[in-house]
Write a protein that binds this ligand. Structure first.
Ligand code: GSH
Length: 224
């Protein structure tokens, strides 16, 4: 999303969890994505990547220049990357445990067909049991926190200040796990966690996210 905001050309290389992470480790000395490869510069961690893009490329500043807005954007991004990320992943697993089509759609393309049959025989109760171990308090807070943001975006185009920032990107990115945007493709678009994706109190939030997604997709002439 940050690369799209800056209107930069890029190529996405997806990493298969496990074996694929050997490459990410060799490349960056750690196993997680995202990693940005810009010539000989290797940058990992989304915050570092956004700071690198702001410092080295033109386009809207994703870290606001005003100290007050910068502090707010950093704090919100950190919340999105930690609390929101953990809760939305747990919600996604829960949703996939009760919706076999969603579970299958989430499988990597190359193994989708082979696993389709196996997945339909899986005992989804096992997955459900595991997700119930996730801190329930965190998940009930999730709805309350998303309601706050939904109310905020009813009257504000951007989460912090008057222009797009790292806070908008961080929140919108994590929301994809709770309700997949149209850019996720036919299998996933609109799917998500019951109680969130279909919650009337969150309509403004997902409309805001969809609008941002559409604008960034349009801002995409250089993707290769
Ligand atoms: N704080 C990091 C979090 C990165 C992260 O959690 N990456 C996940 C995917 S979204 C990952 O690579 N997980 C695989 C693993 O931890 O082995 C960032 O914002 O870049």
């Amino acid at each position: 999303m940050a690369l799209k905001v800056k209107n930069l050309s890029y190529r996405i290389i997806n990493v298969t969890p496990g074996i694929g992470q050997i490459k990410t480790f060799r490349l960056s000395g750690q196993r997680q994505v995202p990693i940005l490869v810009d010539g000989s510069n290797i940058i990992f961690d989304s915050t570092e990547i956004v700071e690198y893009l702001d410092q080295n490329f033109q386009g809207p500043k994703l870290i606001p220049e005003q100290a007050k807005h910068a502090a707010q954007a950093h704090l919100i991004e950190d919340w999105a990357d930690t609390t929101l990320a953990q809760a939305s992943r747990a919600e996604l697993i829960k949703a996939a445990s009760i919706d076999k089509d969603l579970l299958i759609a989430l499988l990597p393309n190359e193994i989708q067909n082979k696993l389709r049959k196996v997945a339909s025989h899986l005992s989804l109760d096992v997955i459900k049991g595991l997700t119930n171990l996730v801190n329930q308090e965190k998940i009930s807070n999730l709805l309350t926190h998303l309601e706050y943001i939904s109310n905020l975006v009813k009257t504000n185009r951007w989460i912090v200040g008057e222009s797009i920032s790292i806070a908008d990107i961080a929140i919108a990115a994590q929301l994809s796990l709770i309700k997949f945007p149209s850019s996720s493709g036919n299998l996933l678009a609109g799917k998500g966690s019951k109680g969130f994706s279909d919650n009337p109190k969150l309509i403004s939030l997902f409309e805001w996210r969809d609008q941002l997604d559409i604008e960034l997709m349009q801002n995409d002439p250089a993707v290769v």
